[in-house]
Each structure stands twice: as C-alpha cells, then as structure tokens.
Write a protein that binds this ligand. Sequence first.
Ligand code: GDP
Ligand code: MG
Length: 216
Amino acid sequence: MVRINKSGEVFVKLLYWGCVGSGKTTAVNTLYRLTKEGKYGEDLTPTGNLIKIAMASGSTLFYDRGIFQSKKQAKIFYHVYTVAGHARFSPLRKKIFLGTDGVIFVFDAQRSRIEDNINSLRELKNVAVNKLISEIPMLVMVNKQDLPNPMEDAEVERILRSERLFYPFGHNFFTWNPIIYETVALYSNVQNVYKIFAELARRTTIYKTRNKYIHF
Ligand SMILES: Nc1nc2c(ncn2[C@@H]2O[C@H](COP(=O)(O)OP(=O)(O)O)[C@@H](O)[C@H]2O)c(=O)[nH]1
Ligand SMILES: [Mg+2]
C-alpha cells in the first residue's frame, strides 16, 4: 500500500515477479544504471545502492531491493523489489508481495520456459487474491527478445486471457489491462526497461487516487 509519512514523503512498493532466470534482477540492475547515468532524461534517480542478496550461482536468494526517487516529484520514492524465482522460495515470495502497489510480471520469452512462466503467473494470481488489475496495476515484460525465436506479445496476451488476467472490450477494467512489452533487460542491448517501469509508476499513482474515491 502507498504510504505517506509526516513530512509528506510518499513510498510506493513495486515488484518484479517471474520464474527463475527470466531476467528480474537484470532488469532492475539495468534500470539502476540507466537512471544513475541519467543519459535519457529519465525522471528517476536511484538513492543509495541496490541491495542484492544472491546465491553463489548469482540467482536471487531472498530478494533484490533498490530505491528510486522521482526528480519531478521529489517526495515520491519507489521501493523496487524482485522476488527469488526458485520454486522452493514460495513462502518468501508471499511475504515480499505484502503491501505491493504495482507488479511487473517478467515472462522469459524462450519457448522452453512456457510452463515455468505459467506456473509463476498462477502463483502470483494466487498470492494476489483477485487484486491484480482491479486494485494492483500489472504490466508484463516478454523478456530476452534478443534470443532466437522469442515469444511475442500476442502469444503472451493469449496466455493472460486464458488465465483471466486480460479483460474483454467493454469491461470496466479494459483500460487497465496489462500492457505487454517485448523487452531486453541486458544493459548492452536494452529495450523497453525504463519505459515499462515509468508506465507502472504512472499507473500506480492513478490507482492510488482512484481507489480512494471509487470502491469496488
Ligand atoms: N539474452 C538475454 N539474457 C538475459 C536477458 N535478461 C536476463 N538475461 C540473462 O538471464 C539470466 C538470468 O537473469 P536474472 O536477472 O538473474 O534472472 P532472475 O532470476 O529473474 O532475477 C542471466 O544470465 C542474465 O544475464 C535478456 O534480455 N536477454
Ligand atoms: Mg534474481
């Protein structure tokens, strides 16, 4: 939940979720580098360093966490987390999800990973108990577009529809359907990493206002 302290600072919690190895940590690393360099006139600036708690393999052990501050609205801080994707860390993911204001689901675009992606998506749905899209904005990365024969956004949209995470035209939530971004999280070849983050931040702010006045 968005928290505000006495001096009016606003804290927003955003989460990258997805199966092990889909590119969550890489995406946050790249976001950190892009915003730190500030080459592209991004609104965000990182405050402090990224905290990464990893196994020897480089795989996330507990979570990664970074804090980004908005330059335009200096009182807004985004606390960004990634979950550890290994199946055995399911209880931990549930804890990290608590209080989340927005989610980026990271699909691995490699076809060999379809089942892992879907299992991870189902776990997220389960943990979020019907709040995705209706109360918690969600966007989707189809990551690793630089690898051969990647899954495309239209294919992922079909999966979201069959998981009931994509509302039909005319539905109240239609305009809040997840946007699906084809991405490359690697800094060297980056594609859409900042764009998706900025859109999630934007939606989170709108949802906050909306949820205050509109009850579902
Ligand atoms: N080719 C390619 N590799 C990627 C991309 N994103 C991440 N990776 C690689 O995938 C592996 C797992 O990435 P990581 O960020 O640790 O995954 P996480 O488990 O979701 O945090 C690493 O070797 C990354 O370098 C991408 O967009 N393209
Ligand atoms: Mg990781």
